[in-house]
Design a protein around this ligand. Structure first.
Ligand SMILES: Nc1ncnc2c1ncn2[C@@H]1O[C@H](COP(=O)(O)OP(=O)(O)OP(=O)(O)O)[C@@H](O)[C@H]1O
Ligand SMILES: C[C@@](O)(CCOP(=O)(O)O)CC(=O)O
Length: 445
């Protein structure tokens, strides 16, 4: 029977190599890579004593303090789907909107499809989240040169107090929790993440839940990477999500089923021809030097609206330079990487100057230019929306290059007074997958 045996799934984080901002418009595409850092979820039934009725789903994130959320659930009136309510126990009164919204979306979808055929109920279950190191700055490492001592580090803080590195933890979490719920409560004949159909259901459901939890509709590239891994991504039309009432509101359940199983989704994922040359790795540095930037997307879009002709010219040219980089990488033309990335950076800086947004600010230009001089590094970019937080590098995948980069950023940090740290993560091709439960022995109690 489905649900009786523990199961485990994982979904990768993302690194955005090319196509930030452009991907917000369906006219353009992005080159997105999945990461070796995954959010893993182990699903287990909660055993109850004979005669004891329990309606509870527990989600816990044992790497963090006060990170257990307990939920009750019931059928909402007027086709509102499954409403989940956080059960407040002990000292933990913190909410986790990404977990809560994902539960109501996935349970409502499950109830609305497979359970229609029988009077099925949700057995009490526990979902344990284990995030690979690198989603958060590590507590044990001040210099960034030590190796992580464990696979799933314990943090001396609550989740709210942890420092994110920007790898898309919420998208990987929503995707893997959705996959875990579908896998746990449905028989394999109804849902299997290894199939194209299963991935499509998962993508649509995770995309809808993530937008609802975020309270906004972005391009959805992070969910695409979490489900499909490295790919060329063309976004879905934002109007796809217009038809859906709030979770629990009248009509939510049938609207959700129609949305997820329907044909309105117009996103496009291509995995073919998306790769990096053998012996090359996509790596990331966490940059902890500068100020936070707010409202960057809004400002860039305002610039675009006020300057339609100039911005179109720039975006069209940037799109073709992005596509050229994609071809160079998949054809393994190592000698052309540096100049292809330089051409992209030139236009990213132009977009930043014209819109007044620090997409590749001067401090990042200096860092990237200096890194490009390190033996074995081809070039690098500011990923996604850009700003001061991170750089993505294309570099040789060997220990000597890694050591040179680590030494370089340690020295740079000392001289510039900030903190730049090479993360352990690498670009990886595969998206969501089922895992062998024994991998997590010792990590779950
Ligand atoms: N390990 C975890 N356990 C439980 N919840 C988590 C975990 N990681 C992330 N989350 C949820 O995701 C939220 C963080 O999402 P947010 O969108 O702010 O960051 P992000 O996705 O990492 O950012 P970015 O898109 O810049 O990479 C947390 O507040 C929490 O609700
Ligand atoms: C600017 C944008 O294209 C990318 C943002 O990426 P990130 O959150 O900076 O990794 C926005 C989006 O695609 O939703």
């Amino acid at each position: 029977m489905s649900g009786a045996t523990p199961t485990a799934v994982s979904a990768p984080g993302k690194v955005f190599l090319a196509g930030g901002y452009l991907v917000l418009d369906r006219e353009y595409t992005a080159l997105v890579f999945g990461l070796s850092a995954r959010i893993n979820i182990v699903a287990r039934e909660i055993k109850t004593s004979p005669g004891v009725q329990l309606s509870e789903i527990v989600v816990d994130s044992p790497q963090f303090q006060e990170a257990q959320w307990r939920y009750g659930y019931h059928l909402a009136p007027e086709d509102g789907g499954i409403k989940v309510t956080q059960l407040l126990s002990g000292e933990n009164t913190d909410t986790n909107p990404f977990v809560e919204v994902t539960l109501s979306y996935a349970l409502s979808y499950i109830a609305g499809t497979a359970f229609r055929r029988s009077s099925h109920t949700f057995n009490p279950a526990q979902f344990t989240i284990l995030a690979d190191n690198d989603y958060y700055s590590q507590p044990h490492s001040n210099t960034g040169t030590e190796k992580n001592p464990t696979r799933f580090a314990k943090f001396p803080t609550t989740l709210r107090g942890a420092n994110k590195t920007g790898l898309g933890s919420s998208a990987a979490l929503v995707t893997s929790l959705t996959a875990a719920l579908l896998t746990h409560y449905l028989p394999e004949s109804d849902f299997n993440i290894a199939t194209d159909e299963g991935k499509r259901t998962l993508h649509n459901l995770a995309q809808a839940a993530h937008c609802a939890a975020q309270g906004k509709v972005g391009s959805g590239f992070d969910i695409a990477a979490a489900v499909y891994g490295s790919c060329r991504y063309r976004r879905f039309s934002p109007s796809v999500l217009k038809s859906i009432p709030e979770a629990g509101a009248p009509g939510f359940a049938p609207a959700l089923t129609k949305l997820i199983d329907g044909s309105t989704w117009d996103f496009d994922i291509t995995k073919e021809g998306v790769s990096v040359p053998a012996g090359t790795a996509l790596r990331m540095c966490d940059v902890d030097c500068g100020s936070q930037t707010v409202g960057m997307v809004k400002k860039v879009l305002q610039w675009r609206e006020s300057n339609p002709a100039d911005s179109k010219k720039l975006w069209d040219e940037l799109q073709s330079r992005n596509e050229r980089l994609g071809s160079i990488l998949s054809e393994g033309k190592l000698d052309d990487i540096r100049s292809a990335v330089a051409d992209i950076r030139e236009l990213i800086r132009a977009m930043g100057t014209q819109s007044g947004v620090p997409i590749e600010p001067e401090s990042q230009t200096s860092l990237l230019d200096a890194l490009t001089e390190v033996d074995g590094v081809y070039n690098g970019v500011v990923p996604g929306a850009g700003g001061y937080d991170a750089v993505t590098l294309l570099m040789k995948d060997d220990e000597a290059t890694e050591k040179r980069v680590k030494d370089f950023v340690a020295q740079w940090s000392k001289e510039k007074g900030g903190q730049v740290r090479l993360l352990d993560v690498k670009g990886e091709m595969e998206g969501v997958r089922k895992e062998n439960i024994s991998v997590y022995n010792g990590w779950i109690s």
